[in-house]
Design a protein around this ligand. Structure first.
Ligand SMILES: NC(=O)c1ccc[n+]([C@@H]2O[C@H](COP(=O)([O-])OP(=O)(O)OC[C@H]3O[C@@H](n4cnc5c(N)ncnc54)[C@H](OP(=O)(O)O)[C@@H]3O)[C@@H](O)[C@H]2O)c1
Length: 258
């Protein structure tokens, strides 16, 4: 029996995850798009837009019990996963002391552990030509004071995804880290709530749809990184040549943080 070809998108209820779900829904050969998020209302809105091919799953990916739930669903349905797009993530842009312990650790649980777990759960169901797209960030290029945990989680995503890309070459599967600059999504508003000191400037902010389109094109070219826009490309170049201390000072000065 033919296996059902599916795409799995985490963080599909909002922002760039929703854009990826929309774009994948226009691709031929994908029978279902499994859209994961927490906010069921927003997931239902996406389903109404995409149609019956969208299946929605409301779950908190910082709760590790949910990895068992996902594993059981794959085991039961035996799908062929052609795309995994990992977008679930959150940030806090403030002084380390203004974030409580639970929130700090949840950021690592979601941005690092859940992203890794989703890849490991999906890989047994992937065949040659499949894609893993992981949301990293421009924040992966250097340490960022007042985003110290967030930027570190994104450095993990970038390194991990590039190394995984090499390991997956013999299987013909491509992993791509999307190092996006600022995008107009709900992340910024949620990251800044309650911050007394932190990120207030978002230069060259762009809409998530163009970043998602480029990421899918780059994934098709088997690139291990996708970088959209001249500003982010320049930041990538500078981070290759300048000492990290200089990069951090430039960041603090750009953000007007004393
Ligand atoms: N916006 C930017 O400037 C920017 C730049 C570079 C990289 N990124 C990265 O892009 C990715 C997507 O973020 P976005 O900008 O699109 O922000 P967003 O609109 O806030 O979307 C974040 C998504 O993650 C989901 N999520 C949050 N906590 C979750 C949890 N505990 N369990 C399951 N899902 C959870 C949210 O679901 P609910 O809303 O249903 O809770 C939402 O669908 C993130 O990894 C982010 O780090 C963003």
């Amino acid at each position: 029996m033919e296996k059902k070809k599916i795409a799995v998108v985490t963080g599909a209820s909002s922002g760039i995850g929703r854009e990826f779900a929309r774009l994948l829904s226009k691709k031929k050969g994908i029978e279902e798009i499994w859209c994961l998020g927490r906010n069921i209302g927003r997931l239902n809105e996406l389903k109404a837009e995409i149609g019956d091919r969208a299946r929605t799953f409301s779950m908190d990916l910082t709760d590790r019990n949910n990895f068992g739930v996902i594993s059981d669903m794959f085991e039961e349905e035996q799908p062929q996963i052609t795309w995994l797009v990992n977008c679930a993530g959150f940030a806090k842009f403030c002084d380390y002391a203004d974030i409580d312990l639970t929130t700090s650790l949840n950021m690592i649980d979601l941005n690092v552990c859940a992203l890794t777990a989703m890849g490991l759960l999906c890989l047994p169901y992937m065949e040659k030509g499949a894609h893993i797209v992981n949301m990293a960030s421009q924040a992966a290029f250097q340490p960022l004071p007042y985003q110290n945990i967030y930027s570190s989680t994104k450095a993990f995503v970038r390194n991990y995804t590039r190394a995984l890309n090499r390991e997956l070459r013999p299987r013909g599967i491509c992993a791509t880290a999307v190092c996006a600059g600022w995008m107009e999504t709900r992340l910024i508003e949620r990251a800044s709530i309650g911050a007394k000191k932190g990120t207030t400037k978002f230069p060259h902010i762009t809409s998530p749809d163009v970043v998602a389109k480029k990421a899918l094109r780059d994934a098709k070219k088997n690139k291990d990184m996708s970088i959209y826009g001249g500003y982010v490309k320049l930041a990538h170049l500078l981070a290759k040549f300048l000492p990290q201390k200089t990069m951090m000072s430039m960041w603090l000065s750009q953000q007007d943080i004393k």
